[in-house]
Design a protein around this ligand. Structure first.
Ligand code: NDP
Length: 280
């Protein structure tokens, strides 16, 4: 029997990147999955990827929704319950480093940008946790939150609002994990490092070619990524699935797993030592 057989999972931000890879993995390992995002075309891309993996159509629903709106959150939950009757797993993955509408950067970014950043990367997770809680209490379910190595402790002067929202998400997750474990609900966090997704297109305003070149150049510098390559979404999806799998990770509660190819363990001054990149 596949490890997620009879489980029902909601994966937010699954119209692209890490969320898409996670939805494909959970579904191909037996879960019934609700996929969601605002962009219906990209969401259809995820649906097709899941079907291509051999998953039955009846194990899947697509819900176009903005996760920052109460309506979107409610629709996601009610559609899942209506179709599958319960919720076992919530992956709070939707997140973006939202560019400033007036082109301001770093600590000059507007307060509007600051608020939007917290609304998406933190508030929507808090709201989804509150709303899904009674359903997860019934199934003794799991929540996995997707944070970032930007959460610290290293400073992130180029993205202070995004990184602060992710740092707040980490501390919220630890606190909520201890609050909810008494109801049998487990919460854990994955902190990805550099991952080849649409993230850099949105956050850094790069086109597809520039984005690929950015990720390749990061991977080629061992003082940025000691593993010698930039992660694919699947590298992060497998860690998320581990934390969503009660049998595999039952005794892990309120923890953060960093999956960054070693990035956070190297310091700037290491760049002055001739580290050799591993052969891949
Ligand atoms: P992508 O840009 O590829 O995917 C982001 C996903 O979030 C999309 O499916 C997007 O869907 C969804 N999303 C964004 N805003 C909203 C919204 N308001 N309502 C609903 N869905 C929304 O990026 P990644 O896959 O890289 O990002 C996934 C997570 O990983 C994020 O939390 C990100 O912060 C984190 N992360 C990524 C890293 C990386 O290097 N890629 C590094 C560290 C962390 P749509 O546009 O259709 O609404």
């Amino acid at each position: 029997m596949a490890r997620f057989t009879d489980k029902v999972a909601i994966v937010t931000g699954s119209s692209n990147g890490i969320g898409r890879a996670t939805a494909v993995l959970l579904a191909s390992e037996g879960a019934k999955v609700t996929i969601t995002g605002r962009d219906s075309e990209r969401l259809e891309g995820t649906r097709q990827a899941i079907l291509k993996a051999g998953v039955e159509e009846s194990h899947l629903i697509s819900v176009v929704a903005d996760i920052t709106s109460a309506h979107g959150q409610d629709l996601l939950i009610s559609s899942t319950l209506e179709k599958f009757g319960k919720i076992d797993i919530l992956i709070n993955n939707a997140g973006v480093n939202i560019p400033d509408a007036n082109g301001k950067t770093r600590t000059e970014g507007g307060i509007d940008t600051f608020l939007k950043m917290f609304q998406l990367n933190l508030q929507s997770v808090v709201e989804m946790t509150q709303k899904v809680r009674p359903h997860l209490a019934k199934t003794r379910g799991e929540i996995v939150n997707v944070s970032s190595i930007a959460a610290g402790p290293a400073a992130q002067p180029q993205g202070p609002y995004y990184s602060s929202a992710k740092a707040a998400l980490d501390q919220y997750s630890r606190s909520a994990a201890i609050d909810l474990i008494s109801e049998g609900i487990r919460i854990n966090v994955v902190q990805p490092g550099f991952v080849e997704t649409g993230f850099s297109t949105v956050a850094r305003g790069l086109n597809a070619e520039e984005s690929a070149s950015f990720y390749n150049s990061m991977g080629a510098q061992p003082h940025c990524i000691p593993a010698g390559f930039c992660a694919k979404p699947e590298h992060i999806a497998s860690v998320i699935a581990f934390l969503a799998d009660r049998k595999a990770s039952e005794y892990i509660v309120g923890q953060t797993i960093t999956a960054d190819g070693g990035s956070t363990l190297v310091l700037g001054f290491h760049a002055h030592f001739a580290q050799k990149a591993p052969k891949n």
